[in-house]
Write a protein that binds this ligand. Sequence first.
Ligand SMILES: *[C@@H]1O[C@H](CO)[C@@H](O)[C@H](O)[C@H]1NC(C)=O
Length: 260
Amino acid sequence: MLLLFLLPGAFLLPPGARGGGIVGGREAVPHSRPYMAFVTIKPWWAPAYHCGGFLVREDVVVTAAHCNVKGRVTVTLGAHNLRKREPSWQRIRARRRVPHPQYDKRTTNNDIMLLQLRTRAALTAWVKPIRLPAPWPAVPVGARCWVAGWGRMRFHPPKSSAVLREVDLAVMANETCERSLTRPYYPASMLCAGDPRGKKASLKGDSGGPLVCAGVPQGIVSWGPANGISPEVYTRVSRFVPWIRRAMQRLAGLGTSPRA
Ligand SMILES: *[C@@H]1O[C@H](CO)[C@@H](O)[C@H](O)[C@H]1NC(C)=O
């Protein structure tokens, strides 16, 4: 099942989707992840959806393509506690969205999208872009990575978090995901990670957030098993770096005509 956005009360999930929200983690040190973005998509007819994302340039946030629902997109940067109006916040509307052209809704393959902000974020102690990974080499099996989000903290009853939470997971062999998931796992564009003991995970509401390994965003929270926690599937960011760079260049050349 997809690690989809947390709706108050209801989920928009294709059959088979699975959780987003940090399970078994801890509260992050406030503002220790200044690239974290909280993405709100507000359709006029429905409650807001939420996704995570990460700032890669003053005006560009990376998130998951499955977060591309119709509605007004707003990005909150510099947040730790979403229920307090912290002075560090910068709330900026998105001007454009660039989902990957080969994003496949059915298989969730190529689950990556860029959001261009209407104005550049001011770089502060609380708001800073994170560097993209090198296209090569791939992050090795066993690497310890961190996923952060404001999503669900447990499955039943669902509960989301006001503060940013984080959990450490290990990169797993591609075969682990190929073997244990019921939907196709594509190693070139997906990355497999989880908690070997099955106690920790990201869940609904963390979709689009980064999986950070040695300070580098190697994954984007994408989807996972329908029941149970591990392993989960992340978009393999390194594979998309050339596409991200081209798209960012194009966006920079487009000027400022407002189109979200
Ligand atoms: C998984 O497959 C990708 C693509 O073939 C490869 O680059 C990577 O090294 C493999 N192993 C892991 C642990 O991701």
